[in-house]
Design a protein around this ligand. Structure first.
Ligand SMILES: [Zn+2]
Length: 262
């Protein structure tokens, strides 16, 4: 089972979103400097003997050209979304959209579901957790739910495959894991490979510090903070049992290290 990490560009945002309270006003320092940071956006191709699987589909190429609503773009800018579109990134590992047999959506936020339009009208199965699909439609159509869902990303004629279980066997050596918190239906995965197992934590931990140091993500990135903490504990347990390398959701330093390897 080979892995290819796809570079889908960088999101620019206040570091406080990913690391809660990195800059907080205090009596002795009423105007601390905020840190504007870059976050990696990646997809993963899992080259399994039975199927070529795409993990997430990244941002829509027009994200910076008005496709993402202005208030969201102000908070989470993705200036290279067009330059780093799915076809370009797949091409760099010798693949085309037609080579993808199966898609797994970790969740349906706009920096993860913006390439689903490539699979509209095809029979390519698209795996998603039931709670995520429900939450995405609720969020897009009511004032309840979250703001980072665009119906135009996911409301397509897709061959949805709905995951209900806490742990879902996808193929030999690939298990999907329900790790709610960042969103209600967030999925991670355990990939059991010759040599090294990989645990995809994804947006359960934006950065290494969320996982390794237990540094909480900002409140606006947590649908359910209690569930998010439980999911980190669950992932740590899986990591220990399987001696796995953990893959974080948007860590730019880890991304740079890994792309030489995967
Ligand atoms: Zn994300």
């Amino acid at each position: 089972m080979d892995l290819h990490l796809l570079d889908r560009g960088r999101i620019h945002a206040d570091l406080n979103f990913a690391l809660d309270g990195t800059a907080v006003a205090a009596h002795s320092d009423p105007n601390p400097d905020l840190e504007y940071a870059e976050f990696a956006v990646w997809n993963l191709v899992v080259d399994h003997p039975e199927a070529t699987i795409l993990w997430d589909t990244g941002s829509h190429p027009d994200a910076a050209d008005g496709y993402w609503p202005a208030p969201l773009y102000e908070a989470f800018a993705h200036p290279d979304a067009a330059e780093r579109d799915l076809e370009t990134a797949l091409g760099e590992v010798g693949l085309a959209v037609d080579d993808i047999d199966c898609v797994v959506q970790s969740h349906l936020h706009l920096d993860h579901a913006g390439g689903l339009h490539h699979f509209a009208g095809t029979d390519v199965p698209v795996y998603v957790h039931r709670r995520e699909l429900e939450h995405a439609y609720l969020s897009a159509n009511t004032t309840a739910g979250g703001t980072a869902y665009l119906e135009s990303d996911f409301d397509h004629d897709l061959n949805w495959q709905v995951v209900d279980q806490h742990r879902h066997h996808l193929l030999d050596g690939i298990e999907l894991l329900h790790v709610p918190g960042h969103t209600p239906g967030l999925l991670g995965a355990l990939l059991e490979r010759d040599g090294e197992n990989v645990l995809v934590a994804g947006d359960a931990a934006f950065l290494e510090a969320n996982y390794e140091e237990g540094h909480s993500m900002g409140a606006s990135l947590l649908y359910d903070s209690r569930a998010a903490a439980d999911s980190i504990e669950f992932l740590r347990d899986v990591e220990r049992r399987h001696d796995a390398r953990v893959l974080y959701g948007h860590d730019p330093d880890q991304f740079e290290r890994l792309r030489g390897e995967f």
